[in-house]
Write a protein that binds this ligand. Structure first.
Ligand SMILES: [Zn+2]
Length: 431
């Protein structure tokens, strides 16, 4: 091609002497464009010690995948010089300005890949970019680790600690969120008290101070409570709505399952028909908000509510607890919330449903922390929103759902890391 074309691409790639585009080959049949980049000069500075004008020892052939050029897949190739330095005695390969050492992608291509992985499942991003999932996972891990090492986490005061599992009931991951700045602070395997100690240590290495944490919002796991007592001594614990209501739903499910199993005749009589569909509709409807009931579920719930089944009582108790939370959210008054909750507890203790009596005891033992969580709707809403985002992160790791990958993609998407490569298509003048 003409010299003007090579000069054009030299500037478009942002190359400075001694680097320049030497040749451009466009293959329309293969939909591919190849750029030959040259490093001019027989004498170059030593990358190791900086000594000027050292002889080139040899040149090693290397290639990099770059951002597509129109509909053409673009590749850079260069014979990269190794400098034999008389000053330090070492032979060192020059680093190229368009890629980090050892990567077969240019920095711009990697930045685009990261941007896509924040929005799409990694497998889809790989398909769009025509590369392998594995290549993307390696980049995500590399850049997340690099960005996290530079991350400053001072001034954190309110956190949420939560567990999530990669597979139903196994491979637990503990996640710690900053509830003020709405970002993921820390994620690690396991859900024992050590995870909280590890978080505190990690916070310290990033310039944070565990003693400054005032407030921890979490579920009722004894392990987290132990970790908080050991590592975050100044933090008051509160239990958020999401986890407390989830415990009530669980108690209700236990009552329903036991009743369906042990007293099928009473269930059939109350529901008017013993079709499995009704039972199944009931199972989901009882967990759902009434506003979301389907026609079938509405029908099943109609019969349930008019029955004297234990399941009906359990459902009313669950709904009443939700109501206690809804009222607390409206009046935002700790005293009212405490008195409402006391009323609910006295009903739950007298209800003759073992799982609810047990739940009442659990809540009573942690009464102050539960009430704190009732009026703190800011963290309540956030815990639920974060849960949704973590589910998305899990889907993003589909097919490669290891703890390591999930933690890396969670950081990439939810940690608001400030030191990730900028999106290559960011508007040039955005300031
Ligand atoms: Zn040298």
């Amino acid at each position: 091609m003409s010299v003007a074309v090579e000069a054009l691409f030299t500037s478009a790639l942002g190359l400075q002497p001694p680097w320049l585009v030497d040749d451009v080959k466009l293959d329309t049949a293969k939909r591919r464009i190849d750029f030959e980049v040259a490093c001019r000069g027989a004498l170059l500075g030593c990358p190791q010690c900086g000594a000027a004008a050292q002889p080139v020892h040899d040149r090693l052939r290397r290639s990099w995948r770059h951002l597509d050029f129109f509909q053409f897949e673009a590749w850079l190739h260069a014979d990269v010089p190794r400098v034999a330095c008389a000053a330090c005695g070492k032979t060192t390969q020059l680093s190229v300005p368009w890629a980090r050492p050892g990567s077969g992608f240019t920095a711009a291509f990697e930045a685009l890949a990261l941007a896509l992985c924040r929005e799409l499942p990694v497998r889809q991003a790989a398909a769009l970019l025509r590369c392998s999932d594995k290549q993307l996972w390696l980049r995500i891990e590399f850049y997340v680790e690099q960005a996290r090492a530079l991350e400053e986490l001072s001034g954190v005061e309110i956190i949420g600690i939560d567990e999530t599992s990669l597979r139903r009931g196994q491979d637990y991951i503990t996640v710690v969120h900053d509830l003020d700045l709405k970002r993921l602070l820390f994620a690690t395997e396991g859900r024992d008290h050590q995870t909280v100690l590890d978080f505190a240590a990690d916070l310290k290495t990033h310039g944070g101070e565990p003693a400054e944490l005032r407030h921890v919002c979490m579920d009722m796991s004894a392990a987290y409570a132990k970790g908080v007592a050991l590592a975050l001594a100044n933090a008051a614990i509160s239990y958020d709505r999401f986890h407390v209501v989830a415990m009530a739903i669980d108690a209700m499910d236990q009552v329903r399952r036991a009743e369906m199993r042990d007293e099928p005749a009473a269930v059939d009589a109350a529901l008017g028909d013993s079709e499995r569909k009704t039972i199944k509709g009931l199972m989901w409807a009882m967990r759902k908000n009434p506003a979301g009931w389907s026609a079938g579920q509405l029908d099943a719930m109609h019969w349930l509510q008019r029955s004297t089944l234990k399941s009906a009582r359990a459902w009313r108790l669950k709904m009443a607890l939700r109501e206690v939370y809804a009222r607390a959210r409206a009046h935002n008054n700790a005293e009212h919330a405490a008195s409402d909750l006391r009323n609910w507890l006295s009903w739950a203790r007298r209800c003759r449903l073992e799982p609810f009596k047990k739940l009442a005891t659990t809540i009573k033992e942690r009464f102050g922390a539960v009430v704190r969580g009732m009026t703190d709707h800011r963290s309540n809403a956030f815990v639920e929103a974060m849960n949704g985002l973590l589910q998305q992160a899990k889907r993003a790791a589909r097919g490669f759902r290891t703890s390591k990958n999930f933690i890396a993609i969670a950081y990439l998407r939810l940690a608001r890391l400030k030191h990730l490569p900028a999106h290559p298509f960011a508007p040039a003048l955005a300031k």
